[in-house]
Design a protein around this ligand. Structure first.
Ligand SMILES: [Mg+2]
Length: 209
């Protein structure tokens, strides 16, 4: 059976949550706002749309900030090359926005299929459109992507870090969890390996062909 990789972006393929870092850096949200956005039942899309609608920073200002301050998860470029070399689908499903994800993926040389919110200048801020969600919610969208691969006969390795990743983690064959997702998986009885270096995920796939 073939493997497919489905992964969150912010805080999973990056060390910090990039969307949160931008909204903090440009004074839109406080650390307390961000903490609240991760409470059970909160919608990532709603918080992102609310925050970015108040973000005055221009595209060059945003890019300059993220390109100098955001770090990839260890092993990211090697993992992307591993997946490409074995023709393993590498599918990034994210409630984040293209405006920051694309420049980072390009800088880090990551090749993947991606679903991000699309940011467009609107009034004094940015409007984020989630066309891929098709009116649904992010956790169901991520879980649906895992299910699609499984229905097509793949085993799915899922990587995530947040409450919106929990449903997808529950459907995957192998889970690598970082951040808040670790405690949520423990509480939900979902087996996982802690995510620190993505080369561990490549090694797992090599050992379980
Ligand atoms: Mg995340």
């Amino acid at each position: 059976m073939k493997w497919a990789v489905v992964s969150d972006f912010d805080g999973t393929l990056t060390l910090a949550d990039v969307g949160d870092a931008i909204l903090l850096e440009f004074g839109v949200f406080t650390a307390a706002d961000i903490e609240r956005s991760y409470a059970p039942g909160q919608s990532v899309e709603k918080w992102m749309r609310r925050g970015f609608s108040r973000l005055a920073a221009s595209r060059p200002e945003i890019e300059s900030f993220i390109l100098r301050s955001m770090k990839p998860r260890a092993g990211l470029s090697a993992f992307s090359a591993f997946c490409a070399g074995r023709r393993i689908p590498f599918d990034i499903v994210s409630g984040g926005a293209d405006i920051y994800a694309r420049p980072l993926l390009k800088k880090w040389g990551v090749k993947a299929k991606t679903s991000f919110g699309r940011a467009r200048r609107s009034g004094a801020g940015w409007d984020i459109e989630y066309a891929d969600l098709d009116g649904g919610a992010l956790p169901a969208f991520k879980a649906g992507r895992v299910k699609d691969y499984r229905d097509r006969g793949f085993r799915v390795l899922f990587c995530g870090d947040a409450p919106s990743d929990l449903r997808a983690a529950g459907l995957a064959d192998k889970v690598y969890a970082a951040g808040r997702l670790k405690a949520l998986c423990r509480a939900g009885g979902i087996k996982f390996s802690p995510l620190s270096d993505l080369r561990d995920a490549a090694a797992f796939i090599r050992k379980n062909p």
